[in-house]
Structure formats: C-alpha cells, structure tokens
Write a protein that binds this ligand. Structure first.
Ligand code: ATR
Length: 280
C-alpha cells in the first residue's frame, strides 16, 4: 500500500510506455516488502531541467534516466560519478542529503552479465558498434579489467574517436576497425559483444554479423539487443555451439546495480529476472 512514508523512485524517459524497469523494480520492492514504489514519468526533452528540479523538490529518492535524456541530464546534476562522467551518460540518479548524483550502471550491467558466464581478465574482447552503449561498455570494461579490446564499427572513424577517448582517459591501448575485420579476428577472440541495434525489432531479418560456420564454439557471444530475445546473432552462435548471453541480462544487471545505489541493499536478482521474463 502506498502511504505518506512510501519512497518514490522514478524513471525519466520519452517514451516510457514500453519500459520493463517498472515491472522489474516493483517486483523486487514487493518481494522484499520494502516501502518503495517505481513510477515512470514521460518527460519531454524541453522539460528535462524542470523534471530534475521537480524530483528534488518532491523528495523523490532517485530515478532512472533513459532515451533521450542520458547525456543531457549531466548538465542538470550537481554531482556525477567519475565513470559516468567519462562515459558521458547517466542512467541512474540518487537524491540524498540534498544532492542529486548521477551514475551509469549500463556498462556494469553488461559486464556483470558476462562475469556470470566467464572470467574477463586477459581475454580478447570484440565490441561491435561505437555509439552510446559501446561507450558505456568499453569504458567500464577497461576501467575494471586488463583486456585486449577491439572495437569494430560500420563507420570506422567513429570507433577511432572512441579509441582516442578511451586511451587518453584510461591510459590504455586498444584497436579499432571496420566490420570487414570481424571474420578474421573472431578466430582468436574470447568474447563478442554486439552493442548495435542490428537485428532489433522490427529488423529481425537483418543479416547477422556472423554465420554459425564462422563462430568458433569457444567464443562467448553477448547481444545487448533483447527484443527479440533470440536475435539472429544469438541464433547463429547457438547453432555454432557457442555460449550466448541475451540482452535481457544487461537490462537485469543495470537494474540490480541501480537498486543497490538507491537502497543500499542487495536486490532479489531471481525475482527481478522472473519479472522481466513474465513481462515479455
Ligand atoms: P546506442 O546508444 O544504442 O549505442 P547510438 O549511439 O545511436 O545508439 O549508436 C548506434 C551504433 O550502432 C553505432 O555504432 C552505429 O554505427 P555508425 O556509427 O556507423 O552509425 C551502429 N549501427 C546502427 N545501426 C546499425 C546496423 N544496422 N548495422 C550495424 N551497425 C549499426
């Protein structure tokens, strides 16, 4: 029951109608009998500043931030966690002691999903794409681990820009290129992460990046796309006998990390995961 003591967690996005986060977080709050509620707010871009101030004024305890606000919200937050600042995007805000502080749990989410399946240290990782999601994953990956990283993108120049940013901020080195390198590089890779929308609904019939015959069975394949749950790439990887990780796991673990930031408690991960599958 919602009372005067109930703590409110929000979601700022536009649109928010299809978000899976309310189902996931409310299931966790209910299961733990925590007096919290997660409420989506459709925030138009022109009202983002007011929404940020409004959340603060209304004593909302925190919120998630999604498309199209993840980058611009940084301008309205007095404090931003250093990794989120490097990524240049915030997906989680905590309001505490009179301060709104921004975090990014997208990259951690992807990494937790992979850690669950395989160790990451000293592995060769190929990331497909060089947009916002790739940025979150690559910054988090290189901040947390020693890895051999190769970023491939449709527009190789954009991958190179990301490389320059990563190398100058994290004192690390990595390689980049176009997708034509994938076929050869996958042979020696351990982990492949797709951060592009290729194969995402309604483009399920997009040509997958690789066919089963070209995917070595030792490679762990993670597609961040979760709609459909089984993308063309995941289907090919399964056919090849490779271990696969669905995009739903990143969604789950970014939520797990946000939950910890807001409440200081460990969430019931299984309950959150079940809520995601039930919702889909
Ligand atoms: P996000 O925040 O989801 O990462 P983004 O910042 O718009 O979204 O980045 C999308 C990434 O997917 C880009 O790397 C884009 O490639 P370009 O830099 O060449 O535009 C890539 N991308 C988008 N559609 C793609 C497709 N059909 N096949 C391959 N790559 C695609």
């Amino acid at each position: 029951m919602i009372t005067g003591k109930t703590k409110i967690i929000g979601l700022f996005g536009n649109p928010v109608g299809h978000s899976l986060s309310p189902a996931m977080h409310n299931a966790a709050f209910n299961y733990e009998k925590m007096d919290y509620v997660y409420v989506p707010f459709n925030v138009k871009p022109e009202y983002l500043k007011e929404a940020t101030q409004g959340a603060f004024a209304l004593n909302i305890r925190g919120y998630n931030v999604t498309i199209p606000h993840k980058t611009r919200i940084i301008d309205y937050l007095p404090e931003v966690d250093p990794t989120a600042a490097l990524i240049g995007a915030v997906n989680t805000v905590k309001i505490q002691d009179g301060v709104s502080k921004g975090y990014n749990t997208d990259g951690i989410g992807a990494i937790k999903a992979i850690e669950e399946i395989t160790p990451i240290s000293n592995k060769k990782v190929i990331i497909l794409g060089a947009g916002g999601a790739s940025r979150a994953v690559s910054f988090q990956l290189l901040s947390s681990y020693e890895v051999e990283l190769l970023i491939l993108n449709r527009t190789p120049e954009k991958a190179f820009e990301l490389k320059s940013d990563l190398e100058s901020n994290l004192k690390t080195t990595l390689s980049t290129g176009g997708f034509e390198l994938l076929l050869e590089e996958i042979e020696s890779a351990d982990i492949l992460i797709n951060t592009t929308p290729r194969g995402m609904h309604p483009h399920e019939d997009d040509e997958p990046f690789l066919k089963a015959r070209d995917i070595p069975s030792h490679v762990v394949v993670n597609d961040l796309v979760y709609n459909p749950l089984e993308t063309g790439l995941i289907k090919e990887a399964t056919k090849a006998g490779a271990t696969t990780i669905s995009g739903l796991k990143m969604l789950l673990y970014q939520g797990v990390e946000a939950f910890k930031i807001w409440t200081g408690q460990e969430p019931p991960v299984d309950i959150m995961e079940k809520a995601l599958y039930d919702f889909l």
